[in-house]
Ligand binder design. Structure first.
Ligand code: SAM
Length: 279
């Protein structure tokens, strides 16, 4: 029995169900239920929310989310070896946990959940970044979710909250900070995981703003930012060459010097530029 519920400790769950961590699935499990409960609390008040959890594994964070009183949890897990362990959690919280054995990139959560929806996940870093970008870039805003609480490699977390002028500033910072309030809320050393990864980790909490900080078309903004940071050492008049015949005028009209480099340009200026390039 563990501290947060009457289910067995996670190490025992892993042994019983033979869920040895697989590198190919990016599996580094959190085994300390006090820690998973803490991450669940960082997701905010769950009592009036449905929660989407991606990659529950043996269910440490899932148990935290349920113990914190989530209205319903939808857990999408690729590894079928985890299904019996997750079924035991579902039985301990009748009607509260729905588990899908599948790829989170292929499932439409809105077929299973009712807003308000919060998202929480400890995912392999590549899948996490792909899902984050997808959740940040829908055409319409506000999105289907109200907050994201996501574990990342520390360097990726720093890229999400980075400010202009820093090395970490780029596409992720701009996409995240345009439409959300993003904060690093927890740092974790490798030893917090089993097996320990080579890198440090951090949890980022992103709250969806009711509307973006500055008007811009998401596709145009993404395109401009991708081009600008693809050649971040180049001056913008060179990096964005070909985007408009009168590019230098449009840069100046956006408050940007043609000789500026992407890492010094603010979110407000990038939004202005994407509008000026759409005209
Ligand atoms: N949440 C658990 C924890 O904190 O202990 C497991 C974390 S482990 C880093 C990532 C989990 O995501 C693994 O269980 C893995 O099988 C699962 N996973 C990887 N890719 C996935 C995908 N595309 N869709 C759903 N689950 C995925």
């Amino acid at each position: 029995m563990s501290g947060i519920d009457t289910l067995p400790p996670l190490r025992q769950v892993i042994d019983t169900h033979g869920i040895a961590a697989k590198k190919s699935l990016g599996q580094n499990f959190l085994l300390d239920l006090n820690l998973t409960a803490k991450i669940a609390r960082l997701a905010g008040d769950l009592s009036q929310c449905d929660v989407l959890e991606v990659g529950p594994g043996p269910g440490g964070l899932t148990r935290g989310l349920l113990a914190e009183g989530a209205r319903k949890v939808l857990a999408i897990e690729k590894d079928s070896r985890c299904m019996p362990a997750l079924a035991e959690i579902a039985a301990a919280y009748p009607g509260k946990l729905e588990v899908i054995n599948g790829d989170a990139l292929q499932v439409d959560p809105l077929e299973h959940l009712t807003p308000p929806i919060r998202i929480a996940a400890n995912l392999p870093y590549n899948v996490g970044t792909e899902l984050l970008v997808r959740w940040l870039t829908p055409q319409e805003w506000p999105p289907f979710w109200s907050s994201l609480t996501l574990m990342f490699q520390k360097e990726v977390a720093e890229r999400i909250v980075a400010q202009p002028g820093s090395k970490a500033y780029g596409r992720l910072a701009l996409l995240a900070q345009w439409r959300t309030e993003a904060r690093i809320v927890l740092h974790l050393p490798p030893e917090a995981f089993s097996p320990p990864p080579k890198v440090h980790s951090a949890v980022v909490h992103l709250t969806a703003l009711p509307e973006p900080k500055y008007p811009a078309d998401p596709k145009k903004l993404e395109q401009v930012v991708a081009r600008a940071f693809n050649q971040r050492r180049k001056m913008l008049r060179a990096a964005l060459k070909g985007m408009a015949p009168d590019l230098e005028d449009r840069l100046l009209a956006s408050g940007i010097q043609p000789t500026d480099r992407a890492e010094t340009v603010s979110l407000e200026q990038f939004c202005a530029l994407s509008r000026n390039l759409s005209k």
